[in-house]
Design a protein around this ligand. Structure first.
Ligand SMILES: CC(C)(COP(=O)(O)OP(=O)(O)OC[C@H]1O[C@@H](n2cnc3c(N)ncnc32)[C@H](O)[C@@H]1OP(=O)(O)O)[C@@H](O)C(=O)NCCC(=O)NCCS
Length: 148
């Protein structure tokens, strides 16, 4: 486990690097403009994981009423399997809880075992499946409800 990871809220200085992580890691990466627009938005949380001045991971969600819709989670390939995904995802959930999110929800490709493992470890359950949602794959819907 790496120890010098810091998780920060998106600021202008990280936005280009966050965009880069999305481009490298995600099929449905957000545009550079969309990422810049997330800075300081009240109904969104977007975090970056920084190691040695490098943005190596990102995690983001929109908040609609008491629901947190998680859209983007990614760690650069050379930084994977060292617990960074878990660190940033845990922090995303914590920030969501601070904003009174009661239900976290996300979609993940059924073949994406790394992401599914990460989400299961953090308390998410599979609650649905959308057949053929991705080109050659089903989407699983996973969620995590906070009970008071
Ligand atoms: C999903 C992703 C963010 C995980 O990042 P990571 O930093 O490697 O995650 P962690 O090291 O914290 O690992 C989290 C858990 O997943 C497991 N895991 C990681 N990679 C795995 C793999 N390839 N296969 C199976 N399990 C895997 C880890 O073992 C760990 O579980 P454990 O603690 O029980 O051992 C990363 O693989 C990624 O960026 N993938 C591409 C983008 C993507 O698919 N994002 C999700 C879109 S919904």
């Amino acid at each position: 486990m790496m120890i010098n990871i810091t998780v920060r809220k998106l600021e202008e200085e990280y936005a280009d690097a966050a965009y880069n992580v999305e481009q490298i890691c995600l099929k449905e990466a957000w545009s550079r403009e969309a990422i810049f627009e997330l800075i300081d938005r009240k109904n969104a949380i977007y975090l970056v994981a920084v190691y040695d001045n490098t943005v190596c991971g990102i995690a983001g969600m929109y908040i609609v009423a008491d629901e947190g819709q998680i859209n983007n989670v990614a760690v650069l390939p050379e930084y994977r399997k060292q617990g960074i995904g878990k660190i940033i995802f845990d922090e995303l959930l914590l920030e969501g809880k601070k904003k009174d999110v009661k239900l976290f929800t996300l979609e993940v490709a059924a073949s994406n075992s790394a992401a599914i493992k990460l989400y299961s470890n953090c308390g998410f359950d599979v609650v649905g499946r959308r057949k053929g949602f991705y080109k050659n794959d089903d989407a699983l819907i996973m969620d995590f409800r906070i009970d008071n």
